[in-house]
Design a protein around this ligand. Structure first.
Ligand SMILES: *Cc1c(COP(=O)(O)O)cnc(C)c1O
Length: 454
């Protein structure tokens, strides 16, 4: 066995003090966001009406390579970071592979995933601006929980519009959010115009993420000192998530390790973009030749089968248009057990880098994903979230290729969260009831039909 420990720790003074802004390293930048009515580039003023101003600054900043992490945010990070960087000796042994496997586990905090990394600065900046209220939406509940935790700490009055079926199916999620002091409103609700309209049009509906976003944005726009907070997709979220990659790189650098391959799952793209950020920055400047692999569910194949086009971020068409890989805002993925990956679009920077050939993408069916999740849990101990298990699957495939070729590749993957909140998925898999659905070309055409003509 080599001299690399099972876990590589960081001292407090080794933790990142600035986020890495990947776009500043790109010669060709992603296309600007457009106003959904006029199709003109969206202005800072328009964005400021919806989001807190520091987030808007981050969103529009394509020049500063590093952006300082405020001291109070660094201090909050110290409560649950650095997250474990683990050498997967046991998985390597199980696979009998010459590859070296490393993973960064983001599921140790109470909210259970990487989403807290962006919730903390978003609430901190809102507080600094003098805002008193935030609204957001949550589907599966991870983002709502993360924002509630940060809001509880900094003292922010936060309302989470939770997709009605989720709030009924996941009462424990609601309990956690309320324990941290945030309010949960099942969506569609009677508290907004859009909610009332949807309830009238579809009596008894269980709601959707698109509808919850529209409600949260409506309240943010019509309430004084209130803004809307988003948990993925936008570039300021990706910026905050660079903490994952920066910590990983600092830890691996201590042992002189540069991965040959970096692998992550992609929903809206923020955790993957954050994980790869420092390695991609080096690659863009010619300092390495690292390979990057984004992994998505076969049921929601945004990168592998989507189009690179301007599209809305939500079904209600209230968000700015983004040039991204998309299945169309009208695409309805079949229900699967990776709720965090069921998004029709993809972060604009990740999309651009994929389009320009810097990133590869693969997709897997959920039964294949749960199969390796169980192997991983048995030998590595952590119960992985279904989303994260997509990255495990791609890692296992790569490690098995290395076994055939004898290559000693170094693989780093992102394990974004714990599986504790998705046990129904494991129940289905264990009882043999889990099925796979891969959308047909016709299904995809229906989604593409919702693309706006820009
Ligand atoms: C939200 C979530 C994802 C998806 O992350 P993105 O940054 O949107 O790609 C992946 N894993 C877990 C556990 C999540 O909660």
């Amino acid at each position: 066995m080599s001299n690399i420990p099972y876990k590589i720790f960081l001292e407090e003074d080794e933790m990142p003090k600035a986020y890495l802004n990947l776009r500043a390293f790109m010669k060709e930048k992603p296309e600007p966001m457009l106003n959904p009515q006029t199709f003109e580039p969206v202005t800072e003023e328009e964005l400021n009406a919806v989001f807190c101003s520091a987030c808007v600054e981050h969103e529009l900043n394509v020049t500063d390579k590093y952006i300082e992490i405020p001291k109070p945010v660094q201090d909050f990070y110290k409560m649950y970071r650095p997250s474990p960087l683990v050498r997967a000796y046991n998985l390597e042994k199980l696979l009998d592979t010459p590859a070296e496997i490393y993973y960064k586990f983001e599921g140790t905090n109470t909210s259970g995933s990487h989403k807290l990394n962006s919730a903390v600065p978003q609430v901190y900046y809102a507080k600094e601006q003098g805002l008193t209220r935030l609204t957001t939406e949550t589907g599966a509940g991870q983002w709502g929980t993360a924002l509630a935790m940060a809001s509880g700490f900094f003292g922010m009055d936060t309302t989470v519009y939770m997709v009605k079926v989720s709030s009924q199916q996941k009462p424990y999620r609601k309990a956690v959010i309320e324990t941290y002091g945030a309010k949960v409103v099942p969506s569609p609700s009677e508290t907004t115009e859009v909610g009332r309209a949807i309830n009238k049009q579809y009596p008894g509906t269980g709601g959707s993420l698109g509808c919850a976003i529209s409600e949260a944005v409506e309240v943010a726009l019509s309430t004084e000192n209130c803004r809307y907070a988003l948990g993925s997709v936008l570039d300021h979220v990706l910026l905050h998530q660079s903490i994952i990659g920066l910590e990983s790189k600092t830890a691996l650098d201590k042992y002189g390790i540069t991965p040959d391959v970096v692998i992550g799952c992609v929903g809206g793209g923020s955790n993957f973009g954050g994980l790869i950020a420092p390695y991609m920055a080096d690659r863009l400047e010619g300092r390495n030749n690292v390979e990057f692999v984004a992994v998505e569910p076969a049921s929601c194949p945004t990168l592998t089968r989507g189009r690179y086009a301007y599209d809305y971020g939500d079904i209600g068409k209230v968000t700015p248009l983004m040039k991204m890989y998309t299945l169309g805002s009208g695409f309805m993925p079949s229900p699967n057990h990776a709720g965090g990956l069921r998004y029709h679009g993809m972060n604009a920077t990740v999309s651009k880098l994929y389009h320009d050939g810097y990133i590869k993408a693969v997709s897997y069916e959920q039964t294949k994903v749960f199969e390796v999740a169980k192997d991983f849990a048995r030998v590595e101990g952590y119960l992985p979230a279904p989303e994260s298990s997509h990255a495990i699957k791609a890692t296992v495939e790569e490690a098995l290729r290395c076994k055939e070729t004898g290559e000693k590749k170094k693989i780093l993957f992102g394990l974004t969260g714990t599986g504790y909140f998705d046990l129904s998925g494991y129940m289905k898999y264990n009882s043999g009831e889990m099925t796979d659905y891969i959308p047909t070309d016709e299904d995809l055409e229906a989604g593409f039909a919702s693309l706006p003509e820009v």
